[in-house]
Structure formats: structure tokens, C-alpha cells
Design a protein around this ligand. Structure first.
Ligand code: HEM
Length: 528
């Protein structure tokens, strides 16, 4: 139970990617130069006095220690910082092992690369029963998060189309720009009604509304009113349902099954799912009806993502419900928090903000609105978001379960069914890969002939075939919104808020409300 507590405390993300925890260890890993080949110690099991090294040769964090750190030292909501602490204590590879469960934590770029280059054909993140239980109960299909094996592969092949290729996302430029336009209107409105005339308070909430509206307008091909002054009742119910499902996930995984009928938490968790599916179902059914009408009257069926899923694939309606819900849940707080961290970092670095402004105004003269194609001419904008994601990888930890084969990592041999925890936060803070790691330096990512960091040093969207399916959509939303905002405003921190720290909740979120001043570029900055 003790281990279950600790394990579950980290398995609560919308991305539900966190597998295993931490543990001590000093793996004798030889480093490799970027672009070089792996040294033989990484590909062959090493031996100590003739014995092949295994997880038994790694330092192991005991349940007692883990619980002490999590709950007494208070790392339970700062698991990303715990990665740094434990890396310092034990080195880049260590075991968390209790009872039947073993997870190998990896926190160096070399080990991460070695693991991901050995990814299996159908990579797995491990147990997703927290999300599948409700669907099994209601007969709803699984989506890309929860599906596994060959079925997952087939599903991804369908879902990747019209979403993952950079040229696919360009198609959504106009849809996203309409939502960005509403965000800008809302910023103007909030500034005007603020005491100073330029302040936007609780930015995370505003960006959450923006991301939900953005992803819904792509997935449902319908606007749901998140950016209106008065959010429609059904949309508000939907937002509350998402929040309820996430906040009670914790209770569901932590408490034993027999307590479900005695305590109110499981019921609330299930009612969260009910609300999510009720809303999604309604919008999907409406689209289905509209498509049917067009087919019945011999009209051409046009539309984007949902239309494609409903009319151009062999997916059943239940599979569409399952997949759309997962895409939606995965795409909101990841994107909104990344935007929040990016704007927070920009507000504290006027020099970077100025370079970005110069780039945007050079590419988008006068009152023009940046388009999806324009973004390709803005490398600094991309570098700013990439650097924000390095400093605040909203998914700071992720898991891989090697299902099919035994594997050798860092000279240690692990049997199949071993779970690995990839400690992305610690890896992206490593000063060997990123000199002055705590500094916000977008120029690290500019291709100007200088050596660039090892690409595995920061992979905020994951890697390979199981990597984020929504990456291009998320980037498009962030680029279009940030470029418009920076073109119109200089953003400054609210001095009353002070330094904001990250908490590891559903994803990395701010530990307090973030407020920013939005100074209109023309008159207001000149007047200062
Ligand atoms: C800044 C925004 C985002 C970040 C940083 C992010 C990050 C990630 C990461 C790290 C993974 C796991 C990859 C792996 O295991 O290798 C993932 C998976 C996933 N993401 Fe995202 N994501 C973002 C936005 C989105 C959006 C907008 C959507 C939906 C359109 C989305 C849908 C998904 C789905 C469905 C998966 C599971 C894929 C699978 O298991 O096959 N994400 N994301």
C-alpha cells in the first residue's frame, strides 16, 4: 500500500505518463559526443567479476525513503525538483523497487537516447486502467493514450493523418486565428476593466479558455464559447467535468477499491467522465447528422478533422468518441501552461521580448495578422517556445514499458516488462548539455552555425511513433497567439506577484496566480 501511495501520487496527469518514481543509483555510463556512436559499454551488458549487471546492481530507493521525501519533505507536488535532488544523490540511473513493481529512473541525456533508440514497434507507457475503467463500464472505445499494441498502431495511423505533418497544421491556421482574435479581444477587455487599465489577472485561466476553445474548434469543428464574457452553461459544465475528473483521479488511485461505495470520491470522478462524454458525444453526433444530411442529398462532404474521422476512416462512432475525448484532454492544459510559462519568461526578459518583437514585425508588416505560413519565417519565435519548454517541460516525466524484449541500458541488462521512468526535467536542466541551465536563452536553439545541444536534451513532445500526436496543432496555436500578442503588446510582470515557481500537478503549473501588464506598443510604451 505504501508504495502504491507513492506511485499513485505521480500517476495523475492528463497525460498519465508518469511511471515509476525515483531511486538512487550511479550507473557507470560512458558519455558520447553528440552525433557520435554509442560506446560498447552502452550496448553490451557490463560485467562485474564475470557477473552481468542487472537492476540489482543499481541503487534502490526504499519505500520509507520515498514516502519521507514525498510527504514529509513535501516533494509530492514538486516531483520535477525531486528528479534533480535524486540525480545528485544517486547519479543518472537508479531503481525504485517495492513489492512487484520496479521502475528504473533515467536522468541523463545519454541513457534517455539509448532507451528511446531501442523503442519497440508498439511503445507502451504501462498501466492506463485509470482511464480505461470508465470506458469499459460504458462500452466506449479507447483512444491513442489508452490503446496498446497493434490496435494502438492502427489507430495512430488514422489519427496522425491531417494532424501530425507540418503541412496538415497549416490547414487549421484560419480556424485557430479566429480563436486568437477572440483571445486578443478578451485581453483588451480585461485590461480596460482592470484597475491599472493594462493588467490581465489569472493568465492561466484565460489561456486555459483559449486552448480549450482552440482545440475544440479543430476537433469538433464548432465554437463552444469559452472566450465569451458569459461562458454557455453546457460549456461551463464541460469545463467543470474535466476539472472534476482530474481532481478526483488522485483519490481513485490512492484509495482501495472497497472504499468506492463508502466515500463520495469515486462517484464524483465518474460524474466527471459522464460530463466529458455527454458534451463530446453531443457535438460529435451533431456533426454526424450534418454529414448524413449532405450524403443523403448528394452534396459534397467538406470539413476538417472530425469530418475526416467520421467519413473517411473505418472508425466506429464509439472509437471516435474515445479518441476525440483523449485528444481534447491531452491538448488543453499542456498548451495553455506552455503559453503561460512562455509569457511569464518573456515578461521578465525585455531584451528577448524585443528581439522577438523585431522578428514578428519584420515578417508581419503593418496591421497584418500572422498566418500559419508566416510562422516558418520566424525562427526566433520557435526558439522562444522551445526554450520555455526546456525550462518548464509541462510533462516533466514520462514512462516506457519494454513489453516484448529484454533490453540493455547503460550496460545493465533488464528483463522484458521493465518500466523505465524518463526524467525529462532533470535532463533538460543538465549543464553539460545546456550551459547556464536555469537561464532563459532562446538563442541556444537558433541554427547559426554554432553547435546545437543534443536533441534528446529536451524532447517536450516525446519521441518516435508514440510521440505527441497534437504537437503541430499545439505549436500552431502557440505561435499564432504569441506572435499576435507580442506584435500588439509589451508584456511586463506584476511586481506584486514576485517569482513564480512550478508545481507538478496535472502538468507543470504555476504555484500562484500569474498577472501580467499588457502595454500597448504604440502610445503606452513611448509614454514610459
Ligand atoms: C505544448 C503542448 C503539448 C505538449 C508539451 C505535449 C506533450 C506530450 C508528450 C510528452 C507526450 C508523450 C509522448 C511520448 O510518450 O513519447 C504526449 C502524448 C500525447 N499528446 Fe501531447 N502535448 C501537447 C499538446 C497536445 C495537443 C494539443 C494534443 C491534441 C490535439 C495532444 C495529444 C496527445 C496525445 C493523444 C498523446 C498520446 C499519444 C500516444 O500515446 O500515441 N497533445 N504529448
Amino acid at each position: 500500500m505504501a508504495f502504491r501511495l507513492a506511485q499513485n501520487a505521480v500517476q495523475r496527469s492528463s497525460h498519465c505518463l508518469l511511471v515509476g518514481l525515483n531511486a538512487p543509483a550511479l550507473a557507470m555510463v560512458r558519455t558520447r559526443r553528440a552525433g557520435g556512436t554509442l560506446s560498447s559499454s552502452l550496448t553490451q551488458p557490463s560485467t562485474s567479476q564475470g557477473k552481468i549487471r542487472t537492476s540489482d546492481d543499481l541503487p534502490r530507493i526504499k519505500t520509507r525513503e520515498m514516502l519521507y521525501r514525498m510527504f514529509i519533505k513535501g516533494y509530492y507536488n514538486r516531483l520535477h525538483e525531486l528528479q534533480l535532488y535524486e540525480k545528485q544523490l544517486y547519479g543518472p540511473m537508479y531503481t525504485v523497487g517495492t513489492g512487484n513493481f520496479n521502475a528504473i529512473a533515467l536522468s541523463s541525456v545519454e541513457l534517455l537516447e539509448e532507451l528511446l533508440r531501442k523503442d519497440e514497434k508498439f511503445p507502451s507507457r504501462g498501466d492506463m486502467s485509470l482511464w480505461t475503467e470508465y470506458r469499459d463500464l460504458r462500452g466506449i472505445g479507447y483512444g491513442p493514450f489508452t490503446e496498446e499494441g497493434e490496435k494502438w498502431y492502427k489507430l495512430r495511423t488514422v489519427l496522425n493523418k491531417r494532424m501530425l505533418h507540418p503541412k496538415d497544421s497549416v490547414k487549421y491556421g484560419d480556424v485557430v486565428n479566429k480563436v486568437v482574435g477572440d483571445l486578443i479581444k478578451r485581453i483588451y477587455h480585461l485590461r480596460q476593466t482592470s484597475p491599472t487599465g493594462d493588467l490581465v489577472t489569472n493568465l492561466s485561466n484565460e489561456l486555459y479558455r483559449f486552448s480549450l476553445e482552440g482545440i475544440s474548434s479543430i476537433l469538433f469543428e464548432t465554437r463552444i464559447g469559452c472566450l465569451q464574457e458569459e461562458i454557455p452553461v453546457e460549456t461551463q459544465d464541460f469545463i467543470d467535468s474535466i476539472a472534476r475528473m482530474f481532481s478526483y483521479s488522485m483519490h481513485v488511485v490512492m484509495l482501495p477499491k472497497w472504499s468506492r461505495n463508502l466515500l463520495p470520491f469515486y462517484g464524483r470522478y465518474i460524474s466527471g467522465w459522464e460530463g466529458i462524454f455527454k458534451f463530446s458525444r453531443k457535438l460529435i453526433d451533431m456533426k454526424m447528422e450534418a454529414i448524413q444530411k449532405r450524403v443523403d442529398t448528394d452534396q459534397e462532404v467538406d470539413g476538417e478533422y472530425l469530418t475526416y474521422l467520421l467519413s473517411n476512416t473505418n472508425m466506429t462512432i464509439s472509437e471516435v468518441y474515445g479518441s476525440v475525448a483523449e485528444l481534447l484532454l491531452a491538448g488543453v492544459d499542456t498548451t495553455s501552461n506552455t503559453m503561460m510559462w512562455t509569457m511569464y519568461l518573456l515578461s521578465r526578459d525585455l531584451a528577448v521580448q524585443d528581439i522577438l518583437y523585431q522578428e514578428v514585425s519584420r515578417c508581419i508588416p503593418e496591421d497584418n495578422i500572422p498566418s500559419a505560413q508566416d510562422v516558418h519565417r520566424m525562427p526566433y519565435l520557435k526558439a522562444v517556445v522551445k526554450e520555455a519548454l526546456r525550462l518548464y517541460p509541462v510533462v516533466p516525466m514520462n514512462g516506457r514499458l519494454m513489453v516484448e524484449n529484454d533490453v540493455i541500458i547503460g550496460g545493465h541488462s533488464f528483463p522484458k516488462k521493465t518500466t523505465f521512468t524518463m526524467c525529462h526535467y532533470a535532463i533538460s536542466q543538465d549543464e553539460k548539455t545546456f550551459p547556464e541551465p536555469s537561464k532563459f536563452k532562446p538563442e541556444r536553439w537558433i541554427r547559426d552555425g554554432r553547435a546545437r545541444p543534443n536533441p534528446f536534451g529536451s524532447i517536450p513532445f516525446g519521441f518516435g511513433v508514440r510521440g505527441c500526436v497534437g504537437r503541430r496543432i499545439a505549436e500552431l496555436e502557440m505561435y499564432l497567439a504569441l506572435s499576435q500578442i507580442i506584435k500588439l503588446f509589451e508584456i511586463r510582470p506584476d511586481p506584486r506577484v514576485g517569482e513564480v515557481k512550478a508545481l507538478n500537478r496535472t502538468v507543470l503549473v504555476a504555484d500562484r496566480q500569474v498577472n501580467l501588464h499588457f502595454l500597448e506598443r504604440t502610445e503606452e510604451i513611448a509614454a514610459l
